[in-house]
Design a protein around this ligand. Structure first.
Ligand code: COA
Length: 236
């Protein structure tokens, strides 16, 4: 993942930190679930008598993967995998060096983030290797959209795992959460991520020139999206 090249950001900062939120997020982020229901900006498809019901974060199974909520015991594996420089290099909010304790702190934010309809983060696991990466959606319920983000540990690259996980999470976003749009972006010097997004059904919307600073250097960002109507048309 934002990473905002993605929402999957093992970071030492808590989600309430103003530093991590774009200004436009502030209003939605501070409203309670009840306020959101009143203003009609609750998570679609999960209302009961006018109040949103937060469904428990599910486990999603694919042919080779299990996408499940992170648990504290994943922390040493996050430290080992996300701590590699190659992971921080093409993402925007994964710290480097990745210090002891950061993974525990990041995982501890997931429960509230899910309940507040802010973020849904899944551990990408295989039967033989356990944790191999992370994938998540960063929600904007008022607009029924979410931003997709992900990373896969270096030893597991180029085996189709990111694509398989992205397809499953996109399906979950449209079918279960009833989102209308899912978008993602990547640094243009990271074409592997562009391939993942295209293989997962997204279309390139444009290049944002020098949109972000990465390690004090301006970088171009490629922006992709998939709409609910495209997804439904492809599934029928
Ligand atoms: C980007 C990333 C998630 C891809 O994960 P992955 O599991 O290797 O992805 P997949 O195997 O599903 O697909 C990778 C595709 O990129 C292609 N690819 C790999 N390196 C490439 C390169 N240098 N140029 C062009 N394509 C490349 C692969 O060939 C494959 O495409 P194909 O199936 O058409 O052959 C992984 O490299 C990663 O975690 N990188 C660091 C973190 C990151 O960049 N996250 C995304 C931020 S937007």
């Amino acid at each position: 993942m934002g990473l905002r090249c993605t929402g999957v950001t093992p970071t030492s900062r808590l989600p309430s930190s103003g530093l991590r939120r774009p200004a436009s997020r502030c209003c939605g982020a501070s409203s309670s679930l009840r306020e959101r229901a009143v203003t009609g900006s609750s998570w679609p498809g999960v209302r009961v008598e006018g109040l949103p019901v937060v469904i428990p974060q599910p486990t999603i199974r694919t042919e080779r993967l299990m996408l499940r909520p992170f648990v504290r015991a994943d922390a040493p594996h996050v430290l080992r995998l996300a701590g590699a420089r190659e992971i921080a290099d093409t993402t925007l909010t994964i710290p480097h060096p990745y210090l002891a304790g950061m993974a525990e702190q990041w995982i501890a934010t997931h429960g509230d983030a899910w309940e507040q309809q802010d973020r849904g983060t899944f551990a990408i696991t295989t039967e033989t290797d356990g944790l191999i990466g992370a994938i998540g959606l960063h929600f904007r319920p008022a607009h029924r959209r979410a931003e997709l983000g992900y990373w896969i540990g270096r030893p597991f690259w180029n085996r189709g795992f990111a694509t398989e996980a992205a397809r499953a999470v996109i399906r979950f976003g449209f079918e279960t959460l009833e989102l209308n749009r899912i978008h993602a972006s990547h640094l243009t010097r990271n074409p592997a991520s562009g391939r993942v997004l295209v293989k997962a059904g997204m279309q390139l919307e444009g290049i944002l020139r020098q949109h972000v600073m990465k390690w004090d250097r301006p970088e171009d960002l490629a922006q992709y999206a998939i709409l609910r109507e495209w997804f439904l048309a492809d599934s029928s």
